[in-house]
Write a protein that binds this ligand. Structure first.
Ligand code: 3PG
Length: 394
């Protein structure tokens, strides 16, 4: 794929696909991270004499105009993050879009309305891709976090104009390549979260790529059940036991060491501050549930982290959203942050829950790279082709 360095930008109108699908409450952006991350690309294009026109989706309007899902609501946060005048166009194609682009002067940015207001976006309709391509001279994709979608604005349009990856896309791809494509070994992957069933492809791919796989959260319980360990009232997918055993066998064959909890924090209630105790993993009472990994597990993880040179992390180790069951996730995150700071570990993390957990632990800033992506990060780790990335290579 090409980068911004490979395309001429002076005097060009540059259509930049960004992901500003940010969380909002009562009409206000509650986390502007994704918006802030597009700034290097915008500044680079403007500095080199290009006119920036932003293409983006917001939420899932399913091909209809849904006023609450208008990108208008993101405009104040966008202007603040870019520190530039942003001209809004009420459609991403046609006269409203071309009029806004014509009205923009040097240094202005144009934001086009939600691409998903057109049914053709998610169908990758060539007519919509043509309509968007007609507005500019160059296409830049800076939306790694939407690259798992084969949509008109992420895939179709790329073959119609000279196309390149933006700075954020470039950084995301390089970080993932360093973590899983061609990493410094040993590599440890941490995979947590509630269910094995949602991360089967991920686990199946990782065991063939990494040296150590740490399984945490609810999905660890399913692996424990598969090994005949009683987990009481814990969340576990008992019907996935065979699948879990198959993953363990695949890992053994590939020389990947799987790490499961050796001690656990159990409680009778799933609520903040619930009375709890730490027990050996084989001693979960029949009326209790596992809500976190225990200190012996965390110590073992730290030793694995210390022996590793690359860490890739997706999913919390326990019920991190309710205290004190965030303890193992916090401690492991802090250990990873410390080892990254001291230069022995390259650490990459992604996924909404994971980033929230690392932020809560105060560890995110020390990680080598935190992806802005949720679904796209997962699909990349699963070894799948991302249409938005492949389209840049065609
Ligand atoms: C995301 O938030 O992960 C991306 O913006 C993609 O959104 P989607 O899951 O609605 O395609």
């Amino acid at each position: 794929w090409k980068t911004l360095d490979d395309v001429a930008l002076a005097g060009k109108t540059v259509l930049v696909r960004v992901d500003i699908n940010v969380p909002m409450e009562a009409g206000r952006v509650t986390d502007a991270t994704r918006i802030e991350k597009i700034r290097p690309t915008v500044e680079d294009i403007i500095a080199r004499g290009g006119k920036v026109v932003l293409l983006a989706h917001f939420d899932r309007p399913k091909g209809k105009v849904v006023p609450e899902m208008s990108l208008r609501h993101v405009l104040p946060a966008l202007q603040a993050a870019l520190d530039r005048k942003v001209i809004f166009a009420a459609d991403c194609i046609g006269a409203p879009a071309s009029a806004a682009i014509a009205a923009a002067t040097a240094g202005d940015v144009v934001l086009l309305e939600n691409t998903r207001f057109h049914a053709g976006e998610e169908k990758n309709d060539p007519a919509l891709a043509q309509g968007m391509a007609a507005l500019g001279d160059v296409y830049v994709n800076d939306a790694f976090s939407a690259a798992h979608r084969a949509h008109a604005s992420t895939a179709g349009i790329a073959s119609l104009l000279p196309a390149a990856a933006g700075r954020l896309m470039e950084a995301e791809l390089r970080a993932l390549e360093a973590a899983l494509g061609n990493p410094v070994r040993p590599v440890v992957a941490v995979v947590g979260g509630a269910k094995v069933s949602t991360k089967l492809d991920l686990l199946g791919n990782l065991v063939t790529k990494v040296d150590h796989l740490v399984i945490g959260g609810g999905m660890a319980n399913t692996f424990l059940v598969a090994q005949g360990v009683e987990v009481g009232k814990s969340l576990a997918e008992r019907d996935m036991a065979d699948t879990a055993r198959a993953i363990l066998a695949k890992a053994r064959a590939a020389g990947c060491t799987i790490h499961l909890p050796v001690d656990v924090v159990v409680a009778r209630e799933f609520k903040a501050g619930a009375a709890n105790e730490t027990v050996a993993v084989t001693a979960c009472p029949a009326d209790a549930m596992i809500l976190d990994a225990g200190p012996a597990t965390v110590a073992a993880l730290q030793a694995v982290f210390e022996s590793a040179r690359t860490l890739i992390w997706n999913g919390p180790l326990g019920a991190f959203e309710i205290k004190p069951f965030d303890a193992a996730t916090n401690a492991a995150a802090k250990a990873a942050a410390r080892l990254t700071r001291s230069g022995t570990l390259v650490s990459v993390a992604g996924g909404g829950d994971t980033v929230a957990a690392l932020n809560a632990a105060g560890a995110a800033a020390d990680f080598t790279f935190i992806s802005t992506a949720g679904g796209a990060f997962l699909e990349w780790m699963e070894g799948k082709d991302l249409p938005g990335v492949s389209a840049l290579m065609a």
